[in-house]
Ligand binder design. Structure first.
Ligand code: HEM
Length: 215
């Protein structure tokens, strides 16, 4: 049988392509959207990472999720700096979650509270993605909207505490392979990972509706 890290990666491959090629992402990466769309997207991430990271401290001692909870991954402070840059110091006032984002964050909270295997699925889907494709998004954002390289506006994509992302991802996959769960639970985690991708795609869909190119 394939290792768990291979299983979870393979099982979400198709949905990864779907997320990557969603209209909103393609338009964003293609430099066809204004900075307002990028700011709105960043706001949505804030709700998701608040859900992920407000549970982290409590989950640090959990046998399944605990080994994955690493402070160098935390993104909330970086997102807040980016939002202050993008929206100004009063960014919290107008910061609202799209319905799909509400649903996404609610599911993360539900997993964090009742099922740490599910939390792990969400953790993997976000952080490993940010360490990978996130770097492509950062590069594009810097060039499209003129943010300072690795500076305010794109700090979300900069992991100051991770000198070697490739090595970090390798270690993360090793942790996945060593996860304390039986085959049935691993299957459930894979299913939740697919759900996590679907929740992301739904957010992109709503963002795409809010920022249609033809408007
Ligand atoms: C335009 C957007 C995106 C691009 C260009 C992109 C690109 C990439 C690339 C190049 C990798 C491979 C890294 C490697 O082999 O080590 C990767 C991995 C990954 N991406 Fe994305 N991605 C995008 C969007 C997303 C989204 C929306 C998610 C989910 C929220 C996501 C989740 C992941 C995950 C979990 C991995 C790690 C797979 C693994 O090795 O287990 N990506 N991405």
């Amino acid at each position: 049988m394939d290792s768990f890290s291979t299983l979870i990666r393979t099982a979400s491959h198709e949905q990864h392509v779907e997320a990557e090629t969603s209209t909103f992402m393609s338009d964003l990466l293609g430099g066809r959207l204004g900075v307002a769309a990028y700011a709105r997207y960043t706001e949505q991430l804030w709700f998701v990472y608040r859900a992920l990271e407000s549970a982290a401290e409590r989950l640090a001692s959990d046998p399944v999720a605990g080994p994955f909870v690493r402070p160098e991954l935390f993104r909330l402070a970086a997102l807040e700096r980016d939002l202050a840059h993008l929206r100004g110091p009063g960014w919290r006032t107008g910061c609202t979650a799209l319905p799909a984002t509400e649903e996404y964050a609610a599911r993360v909270r539900e997993c964090a509270e009742g099922w740490t295997g599910g939390y792990l699925a969400h953790h993997y889907t976000r952080y490993l993605g940010d360490l990978s494709g996130g770097q492509i998004i950062r590069d594009r954002a810097e060039r499209t909207w003129g943010f300072e390289r690795k500076g305010d506006g794109v700090r979300f994509y900069v992991f100051e505490g991770i000198a070697n992302p490739a090595a970090f991802k390798r270690d993360y996959r090793e942790l996945l392979d060593a996860v304390d769960a039986d085959d049935l639970e691993k299957q459930r985690i894979v299913t939740e990972c697919r759900r996590a991708f679907a929740l992301n795609t739904a957010v992109f869909r709503e963002l795409g509706e809010e920022f249609p190119l033809s408007a």
